[in-house]
Design a binder for this molecule. Structure first.
Ligand SMILES: [Zn+2]
Length: 86
């Protein structure tokens, strides 16, 4: 049986990814402590997360056992020309 915290994190990542896609964005990278990934993938959202979320491979440079980290893909908009003041 999966603990409630893992179920909530899996659902949060799923909902966040759905919301990002609805805005024309997505995830460029998610850092989630690799020791907890098997528990995340064992949830009902696991197959979706494994297929759709780019989890960082390897070891992050700071601890991620007390938070997870989501980088979004957000396209840049063209810059407006600098405002000219009189
Ligand atoms: Zn982080």
């Amino acid at each position: 049986m999966t603990d409630v915290g893992t179920l909530l994190m899996a659902d949060h990542l799923y909902q966040l990814h759905q919301a990002a896609k609805a805005q024309g964005s997505g995830f460029s990278m998610v850092i989630f402590d690799t020791q907890y990934l098997p528990r995340l993938f064992a949830t009902r959202r696991g197959p979706y997360l494994q297929q759709s979320v780019p989890f960082m491979k390897g070891r992050p440079w700071v601890r991620h056992d007390e938070h997870y980290h989501v980088d979004f893909t957000i396209p840049c908009q063209p810059q407006r020309p600098a405002e000219v003041k009189p």
